[in-house]
Design a protein around this ligand. Structure first.
Ligand code: AMP
Length: 188
């Protein structure tokens, strides 16, 4: 049974929506670095103040800050029996740090689930989300930049997990429940 997993894929592929469902179905906590940054920005905390300019420009928050945040979060009791990470690791440097973090926790990663989607579909989904949620990084220019950051920095980290034999790919196109059924089939 899958207990420790990552969900990866381009912005707009539906990672956030699917991670909430998977987390309920598997009874493991879902942790989204993007959500943590957004909450801290909203609350004006020191972490939020540091992260704000990166998030709003669609750039990655510095690795050292993000790695520390995740190491702390994974030490909470609710992550002891499993976790689903959404949005971390995001590049190869974070993969290295994450390897060390989970080694210190004495656990192993079971699976990396990739949600795939075509670029034009992503741009239109993100534009729709911008209207519904008003996320400050969902403007068209920032959306395109986030897709570029995904290509240049995040794709190599997905390739790394593929090399390690941990990657499972699921087509992210379709209704939420349909995509979820595909995911659960892959995980079971
Ligand atoms: P997301 O909601 O996962 O698309 O993340 C929104 C924004 O939060 C990203 O564009 C980055 O600015 C920041 N962020 C989220 N996760 C990370 C990460 N692992 N490393 C660096 N920045 C991140």
């Amino acid at each position: 049974m899958t207990r420790r997993m990552l969900i990866v894929g381009p912005p707009g592929a539906g990672k956030g929506t699917q991670s909430k469902k998977i987390s309920e179905e598997l009874g493991i906590v879902a942790i989204s670095t993007g959500d943590i940054f957004r909450e801290n920005i909203k609350g004006g905390t020191p972490l939020g103040q540091e992260a704000q300019k990166y998030v709003e420009a669609g750039n990655l928050v510095p690795d050292s800050l993000t790695n520390r945040l995740i190491e702390d979060r994974l030490s909470w009791d609710d992550a002891e029996n499993g976790f689903l990470l959404d949005g971390y690791p995001r590049n190869l440097t974070q993969v290295e740090a994450f390897d060390e973090i989970i080694a210190r926790l004495g656990v192993e990663l079971d699976v990396v689930l990739e949600l795939t989607a075509e670029k034009e579909e992503l741009v239109s989904r993100l534009a729709k989300r911008a209207q519904q949620e008003g996320r400050s990084d969902d403007t068209e220019d920032v959306i395109r930049h986030r897709l570029e950051v995904f290509e240049s920095e995040t794709s190599p980290m997905i390739a790394e997990y593929s090399t390690r034999g941990l990657l499972k790919q699921v087509d992210g196109l379709g209704a939420v429940d349909e995509v979820n059924a595909r995911i659960m089939k892959e995980l079971r």
